[in-house]
Design a protein around this ligand. Structure first.
Ligand code: SOE
Length: 364
């Protein structure tokens, strides 16, 4: 695994959980963790890796390694993924896949040429309630027509103007701000649940233009702090989304709602074990949103974890998603976002960016 901070921690934990909780015919070993600073040795011990190295090329060149997991800042995803796939490794990559659609296309093409399994880590697809929503939409429980998809991803870690300058605020390293970092999850969920958008109209804001650097001095914030967009779903419906890191009190709130011709679904990550379903076919005097606690054995991933009602959390979203990938590595079936999805998502993110700049509708 390359990178060991927040996301690397989540990934290390998830790989271990896949080994412990899922009944898959593989022997998962956490072979090597890679990071540029001296702390990587310590991280290896804490996170349970056998070895620590400082140069990612050592990971890619190791014949004992089958899967390379990339948890680095966005500007290095492409170079590392291309090298890993050329060496025949299966690859996992944090989102957003790339800095722009052209780079994402290069990565998706390389994955096809190498013929290696590839996973783009949109972990929120691994929420049992989201997986259940997917089943319900596919079963037609919302009706044949989807009218609306609306979503919001709100955080507040940048609302304090004293928060220092970090790589996520530098367009050359991150590609974009709230758009690629968290709106990317909304776009992926939308495409997963109800399909893509053909055209978008968007606006972005950067509220705090410069921030203090940790070592001293100031740096210019070159990405969006918040983005809002509307879009036309390929299936004929309307979509709208909002992503911000300036919503005081909202630490990591993702909520979405789908309205179809026969019913609606609503989800809120702050109550992530529940899915809310309204069936317009219920008798008129008993209609209302049902509150489904998605922890039964019959629910997605229900067999891997605790007895019903014993809820799961953020960490399990990664393990659930990785279990799908490992199942494919072991010759079975699994469903997960790939680099091809990364390219489709990135086209939407780029169109949103362009629309905010041109102040007009942009085709995806
Ligand atoms: C920071 O905004 C971040 O860590 C994102 O990069 C993740 O994708 C999101 O799930 C949580 O917040």
């Amino acid at each position: 695994m390359i990178g060991y901070r927040f996301m690397g921690k989540a990934h290390s934990n998830a790989w271990r959980q896949v080994g412990h909780f899922f009944d898959l015919p593989v022997d998962l070993r956490l072979r090597t963790v890679c990071g540029r600073s001296a702390e990587v040795e310590d991280a290896a011990k804490k996170l349970g890796w056998e070895r620590a190295v400082k140069d990612w090329r050592e990971v890619v060149e190791d014949p004992e390694i089958d899967v390379v997991d990339i948890c680095t800042p966005n500007d290095s995803h492409c170079e590392i993924a291309l090298a890993a796939m050329a060496a025949g490794k299966a690859v996992v990559c944090e989102k957003p896949l790339a800095l722009d659609a052209a780079q994402a296309r290069k990565m998706a093409d390389a994955a096809q040429t190498a013929g290696v399994p590839n996973l783009l880590c949109h972990n929120y697809r691994g929420i049992p309630a989201v997986a259940l929503a997917k089943q319900m939409v596919e079963e037609g429980l919302l009706g044949e027509t989807i009218y609306h998809f609306r979503a919001r991803y709100a955080q507040d870690w940048l609302a304090d103007p004293q928060f220092p300058f970090v790589w996520r605020l530098d367009a050359a390293v991150a590609g974009s701000g709230a758009n690629g970092d968290i709106n990317a999850h909304i776009i992926d969920l939308m495409r997963h649940l109800v399909g893509g958008v053909e055209e978008v109209s968007a606006t972005e804001r950067t509220f705090v233009k410069t921030r203090a650097k940790v070592g001293g001095g100031e740096a210019e914030v070159t990405v969006d702090d918040a983005v809002a967009w509307i879009g036309k779903l390929a299936g004929g419906g309307l979509a709208n989304g909002e992503a911000t890191r300036f919503a005081h009190g909202r630490k990591n709130q993702i909520s979405w709602e789908i309205n179809g011709s026969h019913g609606s679904l609503f989800f809120d990550f702050e109550d992530m074990n529940r899915l809310h379903f309204y069936d317009a076919g219920d008798p008129a005097n008993r209609r209302g949103f049902r509150d489904i606690l998605v922890t039964e054995r019959e629910h997605p991933y229900g067999n891997a974890w605790w007895p019903p009602g014993h809820i799961t959390g953020y960490e399990h979203t990664f393990a659930n998603l990785f279990s799908e990938f490992v199942s494919v590595l072991a010759g079975g079936r699994g469903s997960f976002p790939t680099f091809e999805d990364g390219w489709e998502n990135q086209k939407v993110l780029d169109a949103i960016r362009r629309s905010a700049q041109t102040r007009s509708w942009e085709k995806v």
